[in-house]
Design a protein around this ligand. Sequence first.
Ligand code: ADP
Length: 402
Amino acid sequence: MLDFLKARNRSLTDTPGAGKTGAEKAGVGKTGVGKTGTTARQGKAAVTFATRLSFEAVSRRYGDTLALDNVTLDVPPGKVLCLLGPSGCGKTTLLRIAAGVERPSAGRVLIDNQEVAGPNRFVPPEKRGVGLMFQDFALFPHLSILDNVAFGLRSLTKAQARAEAHTALERVGLGQYAGDYPHILSGGEQQRVALARAIAPRPGVLLMDEPFSGLDPRLRETMREDTLAILHETRATCIVVTHDAEEAMRMGDQVALLRKGRVVQTGTAPELYRAPKDIFAARTFSDLNEVASRVEGGLAATPLGTFDAPGFIDGSEVIVCMRQGGMRLVKQGDGVPGRVLDTRFLGDVGLVELAVQGFDASIFARVREADVPAPGTEVGVRVDAGSILIFPAESGASLAAS
Ligand code: ADP
């Protein structure tokens, strides 16, 4: 890693384009910003500072569609922010605005506290020091793998670009393929080349749009871990777009949940998982059983128990959400009577569909695979009080208690 940083610092002084932060490339002042710059001391590896990326009240309108609505987010230097949300919620638009290929209708984008998009100035993409990696990356089939990676390093001499590309290829573990052509690579290896190409210019900010969604699950996990390690080494500040909550929780130092162009909630993965702000956020992070209830005496009653409903006035219509992982199957006679209707194998856990006394619709439990009972088994059902979340009733399906 030190060698890597030394190389980085060398390139900062030797080459005019590569290795500079967005702020430096954007020409936003010689002091204060441009923190990817160095405080070189003779004989020692110089310190490298990472880049901050901020969105201030960013909106983007396409005709009648408000793709982004007043989005404020801050990605601290060297951190990974996962942008999570369903299709059409504005994730890609925000990334494109950060990259500079799209302009905000209102609000500002700042790199190291300097405006790069907003009412006062607009810095073009090539001057932002921002790298991009998309799901549908394309390698040039007629270029060697090394030249594919060197392709974007146009501000360097050919020899310098190839040297930088080699460093990036080594970093992703593909140095030995430098002289080969892309067709010999597997899907995962091609993805690594795409990552090498994105990190080769040493961007201060790296933007990744669904980068692993084309890979099979096992490969995706490896790529996630490897990518995180590389991001930490390069100290790139990163936004990863995903619609996969698990991926967001695994990768993000921070997760921002988007819905209909708005930020619903931002926080660490445990914060969002434990204290989702609304039912939409809760559904994103957990599989739930949803039970309609009405608050009486500060409590919400369900056929599976009565739960504290703090903050709700009596008479409030609520939805009691029970995490499927918080359901307990006990022996018949304990808990609420239930019968196993069906089971599904999910790997380490099994999904159990139950008919439970008092409910019109099925209740689902996720239990250890070894504990999955056979269909037809009579069981008792309980729920951990700690797995209960209560939200105001809203339009949307919930299980009606009979
Ligand atoms: P996501 O990446 O979360 O799937 P997008 O950012 O691609 O969402 O899109 C957000 C919304 O903006 C969608 O309703 C989409 O149809 C709309 N949109 C995005 N780009 C354009 C465009 N160039 N012209 C018109 N509408 C667009």
